[in-house]
Structure formats: C-alpha cells, structure tokens
Design a protein around this ligand. Structure first.
Ligand code: ADP
Ligand code: MG
Length: 640
C-alpha cells in the first residue's frame, strides 16, 4: 500500500503550535508522557489478555525499552503493549479525543497561548515529543492482528502526517523521535535514565535501556612508547538492563508486605534515619479511587512551626510520579504526615494550581485526615502498652500541632478533641483527656474548667485557680501558645461546656453552701464604697471592678469578658506585630484579703490601688506597661 497524507484536526494543529513554541523550558516532560503512554498500552493489553490469552502471542512479559542512537540522533520508546492499526493511528494520533483539552484550548487567549507555564499545566501527551523532535515516526502493530497489518505514521509536527502499511513482526508500538540539534542533550543515556528514575521509577513494568561498556581506542606502538593514554567512550551493547525499580510498594497488598519493607520505603521517601512511628496503607474505593500510604514520623522536624516549611505527600497518577510535597493532600495541622497518594482519577499533567481547586483533591484530603485521626484514636484507645506508649510519643512531638485542628478542621473537631491530653491542677502529667476529666467531675459541676498560662508553674499559682483548689475542683491547665488560639473554636465537649476560668463569671453556686453565700453577699455589701473608689482611680486601666468569688489567697485578679482575648493572647499578637483590639480587663478583688481591707484606711489609696492592679497583671504572666512606676510605688509603700 502506498503512503497517504492526512491533515491534522484543527485543535491538534493548534496544540502542536503551542507545544513547539511554548514548552522549551519544560522539555523534560516528553519522557514522562511517552513512558506513561507505553505503560497504558501494556495495561490495556494485560486487561484484554485476561479474557483472550491469544492476544499475548506467547509473549506476556510486558516491558518498555528506550533506545538511544547517537549517530542517527534518535530516541526510540519501544513497548510490546496493545499496539495500533492504521485506523487507530489516524484516530488516536490525528485528533484530540479529550473534550477537556479542546475546551481548554478554546478558552486560552492569544497572550495566554504564549505562556509556557500555562500550557505546561494541561496535557500535551504524545505531542510533547515534538518539543525535542523535528520528526516523529510511529511504527505499530496491534495485538492479535497480522504482521502485515502494521502501520507507520510520520509527522514533522506542523499541519500534516502520513501513514503507510508496513510489515511489523513484533507486537506493540515504537515511537521514534528524531531529535533536534538544539536538544542533543537528550541523546545521552544518563540524562534519560535520570528522568525515568525521577518520574517513572514506580511504573510496575520494567523499563530497559542498553547496557553500555567503556571502549578504548587502540594505541599504536608509537603512541604507547610516547606514553600517551588511550581515548575512549561509552558504547551501547546488545544487552538490556532494567533501570527502574519497577516496584511500587503501595500497589501491593498490605498483607504481603513486611514491616521491614514499609520501614525501608519510609526511609527512602523521607531521608529519615529513624523508622516511622506507625503507618497506614489502604486502597480507598468510592466515587474516587486512590491508594494511600501514610506515615507518622517519630520525631518532629525542626521547622514544624515554620509556615513555609515543605510539607505534603508525594502524588502519583497511575504510578507515574507527579509531584513532591503536594500540600493540598493534607490539612495544615497534619503537616507532619509523610507518604504517597496514587490515583487514577487525576490527569497526568495536574498542577498545584489545579490541585488547589479540585473537588477530587479535597475528597482525598478529607479521606487522609479521617484516616490519620482513626490511626491516632486506635493508638490512644488501645489496651496494649506498646500502642499507648506510641501515642504518648506522638503526643509529645505533635500534640500542639494537632490542636490547630480544633480551628482548622471543624468537621473533625470532636475526633481531634478526643485525642487531646493536658496537665491538670491535680496531675502534672500531660495525660488527662476531656473524657477523663468529665468522669472525675464533682456533683453539681456545670462545666469543664480550664486555664491558659505561659507555663505550668504560673498556671498552678494563678489567682483564678484559688477557689477551685479550695473546693477541690480539678482544672485543666493549658500551657501551649496554641491553646489560647485553638480554644476559641471549641465551646463544649460531649455536651458539657468548656469554660476558661479567667474569662467571664464562674458559676459555682451549686458547689457553694448557704452560709458561704451569705458571707459573700455581706462582704460585697461592706466593700461597696471601696469598689466605687477603685473604679474611679483605675478607670484608665480597668473596665470594671468587682468583688470576686474566685480568690482565696491573692488580693486581686484580672478577668476578661467571655468573647474577649485572654491577656496571653493579646501579648502573643503584640509580639507577632499584629493589631490588637483595645480592651480593658475587669479587676476582681478579694474581700477577705488584708491588703484590700487596708485600702479602707490607707492614706496612699491611689498608689495602693495601682499596685494591686499591677500585681494582678504580673500574676497573670503579663507585662507591665510602666515597670519603673510600679517599683517606685511599691518602694514608697514599703518605706511607710
Ligand atoms: P492520552 O494518553 O491522555 O490518551 P496522548 O496524547 O498521550 O493522550 O495519547 C493519545 C492516544 O494515542 C492514546 O490515548 C492512545 O490511544 C494512543 N497511543 C499513544 N501512545 C501509544 C502507545 N505506545 N501504544 C498504543 N497507543 C498509544
Ligand atoms: Mg498519554
């Protein structure tokens, strides 16, 4: 049969123009695209061969070969997959089947078409060969068809291509790139091998290249006596060797994988010397199908709290490596998780921008978050000492990051809250969960009480804690910066309100007997004139002054409104250079404290009032606006 000339479909011609004019800087991608096509072709044959064994033609060892010929300036991608006949070649290589690609092209403005970045974000597939080749020859023969039904397809990537029938004994497809002079760097075995290892290492088929040996040129006797050294070069042999790992651990069934293999894979993936704390390997079947292999490290990286740190998972599409650190696959508060996601449901050319907007990616992210929380819950709730120990280890490293999830991941807030552990006023160890606390609550106690402070010592000495200590009520002590922020997002646990004892009023009525209540009322009555005087003296600093029901040993404490920022939070924001809404705290005074009682007769009422307020600030772990003024006043009072 003779050669026929065909005209490319309009969209293909447009695409080719874009590819050759805009993708210089992304030239590498042709390796990934052509290997992926060869792998697809083998997958198709394997699938059809299941039903019809004869399609394998007694050769079921599917493989991909890449053959470089420096003299001919060609790179061949050879596969023994499903192959194409004449009609297939015209259809598959002359038109664009994917409607998405077409409409994408139509939407691009002329200016956008010049933008190599943009074009790199969508699939150019087979045509990416034209970035580096001035001519592409495709020779193919379909599985199960006669060798005389082979086809040769040739194009220089402009408007046309030719086809002709050929005789081809070997089943499958050979793509021959005639490499442009300016891209001669790709005629290098090492270069191609590096790209295969980068993108296609986990393609489950062997990818082979010719073995090379070092060959020296013979020296003449004269050269030898002159002591000259021989020149030499690497020369390709007839032997083939597999250059990829051809082993995607995550595609194997979990029951067949040894712990040792998981550990080794983790080390290769993360460059961590240590083994992981734990992992989870699952195939998720639903509207979206993907494999997740997620690891929790033993130790936090040094830059865990730097927002710009590298994070995320490795993304593969059908075992082809797509990107490192795909941060869209994990919520921020799980940024310590490492691992691999492999899905058939995203396009090969998916970019970070596309990942950001994709609903499918969001579904994968949600699935990953749920999975990690389940793994953590099973460690936390296990009866086995080893697992409990692992949870402890985890919590010591990552507990504070997990708390960020209270604000970041509302749908999972309850699950996260169940995993949190704190010290309390009766136990310094960070082991108490909200559920433990609830189980220990007193009759008549209406809320889970907590306190935030700079550190454990200042929490334990906090004036706000006094009445709780006296009444024997346990209070959760929160001492991490993130607590201040995170606790703004959670208001109850399992139906019981969570209450910061330094905010708003504390209602301990049901835990107070009648005589105590009567005494408190009387004390408040007696102190009224002093409270009024304090209000006017401290009007610039305190929003209000009240008689307190939470103090036992301290003269005074500061309380902020229910919805207001705690003093620690205000300080944190100030340190970060953030604007802080101006708000004044309420001063609560202890009617039974001698210092407060002394105010009644004091001749230095104003100074004493200021000192009482300053001390309440200090007891809260706060900083004084005017420390020198404070010292002056205290010294004056001391001398009296
Ligand atoms: P995609 O792979 O996304 O379908 P490509 O542009 O990469 O798009 O390839 C276009 C089509 O050409 C493929 O769908 C396939 O039908 C055909 N094709 C490409 N390479 C091969 C190959 N090595 N063997 C068989 N068919 C191939
Ligand atoms: Mg493709």
């Amino acid at each position: 049969m003779t050669q026929q000339t065909h005209v490319f479909e309009t969209e293909v011609a447009q695409l080719l123009h874009l590819v050759t004019h805009s993708l210089y800087s992304n030239a590498d991608i042709f390796v990934r695209e052509l290997v992926s096509n060869a792998s697809d072709a083998c997958d198709k044959l394997r699938f059809l061969g299941n039903a019809d064994d004869s399609l394998f033609e007694n050769d079921s060892e599917l493989k991909i070969r890449i053959d470089i010929d420096k003299d001919a300036k060609t790179i061949k991608f050879i596969d023994n997959g499903i192959g194409m006949n004449l009609a297939d070649a015209i259809e598959n290589l002359g038109t664009i089947a994917k409607s998405g690609t077409k409409s994408f092209l139509e939407k691009l403005s002329d200016a956008q078409k010049q933008d190599g970045n943009l074009i790199g974000q969508f699939g150019v597939g087979f045509y990416s060969g034209f970035i580096v080749a001035d001519t592409i020859t495709v020779e193919s023969r379909k599985a199960g068809e006669l060798s005389s039904q082979g086809v040769r397809w040739v194009s220089n990537g402009t408007g046309e291509f030719t086809t002709e029938a050929i005789d081809k004994a070997e089943r499958g497809t050979t793509i021959i790139l005639h490499v442009k002079d300016e891209h001669a760097e790709y005629l290098d075995r090492h270069k191609i091998k590096t790209l295969v290892n980068k993108y296609s290492d986990h393609i489950s088929l062997p990818i082979q290249m010719r073995k090379e040996v070092w060959q020296e040129e013979e020296l003449t006797e004269e050269q030898k006596t002159n002591g000259e050294t021989a020149n030499g070069q690497m020369v390709a042999t007839d032997e083939w060797e597999t250059i990829n790992q051809a082993n995607a651990l995550w595609t194997r069934s979990a029951s067949e994988i040894e712990d040792e293999e998981y550990n080794e894979f983790y080390k290769n993936l993360t460059y961590d010397y240590d083994e992981p704390l734990t992992w989870s390997h699952n195939r998720v079947e639903g509207r979206l199908q993907y494999t997740q292999l997620l690891y929790i490290p033993k130790k936090a990286p040094f830059d865990l709290y730097q927002r710009e740190q590298q994070r995320g998972l490795k993304l593969y599409v059908k075992r082809v490596f797509i990107m490192e650190d795909a941060e869209q696959l994990l919520p921020m508060y799980l940024r310590f998780v490492k691992g691999v996601i492999d899905t058939a449901d995203l396009p090969l050319n998916v970019s970070r921008e596309i990942l950001q907007e994709s609903r499918d990616v969001k579904a994968i992210r949600d699935g990953n978050a749920r999975r990690i929380l389940t793994v953590l819950a099973s460690l936390a709730n296990s009866d086995e000492a080893e697992k409990q120990e692992k949870f402890k280890q985890f919590y010591a490293e990552f507990g504070n990051v997990l708390k960020e999830g209270l604000g970041e991941d509302m749908p999972n807030q309850e699950k996260i809250a169940k995993l949190l552990r704190y010290a309390t006023s009766t136990d310094d160890n960070v082991v108490t969960s909200f559920a433990d606390y609830k189980a220990r609550m007193k009759d008549g106690q209406k809320a889970i009480y907590y306190l935030t402070a700079e550190n454990l010592a200042s929490a334990k000495n906090s004036p706000q804690l006094e009445v709780f200590k006296k009444k024997g009520i346990e209070v959760i002590l929160m001492t991490s910066h993130v607590d201040n922020w995170a606790m703004n997002f959670i208001h109850e646990f399992d139906g019981t309100p969570l209450q910061n004892i330094a905010k708003g009023a504390v209602d301990l009525d049901d835990l107070t007997d009648e005589t105590e209540k009567e005494q408190a009322k009387q004390a408040e009555e007696n102190l009224k004139p002093i409270v009024e005087k304090l209000k006017s003296v401290l009007s610039g600093r305190a929003k209000d002054v009240k008689v307190s029901n939470r103090l036992v040993d301290s003269p005074a404490c500061l309380v902020v409104g229910e919805g207001e920022l705690s003093p620690q939070m205000v300080q944190m924001l100030k340190q970060m250079g953030q604007p802080v809404p101006e708000s004044k705290p309420t001063l609560e005074v202890n009617p039974n404290h001698p210092l407060i009682q002394k105010l009644e007769t004091s001749e230095q009422f104003d100074d004493l009032a200021q000192v009482v307020f300053d001390q309440a600030v200090l007891a809260d772990g706060g900083q004084l606006d005017d420390p020198a003024g404070y010292l002056k006043r205290v010294n004056a009072l001391l001398l009296k």
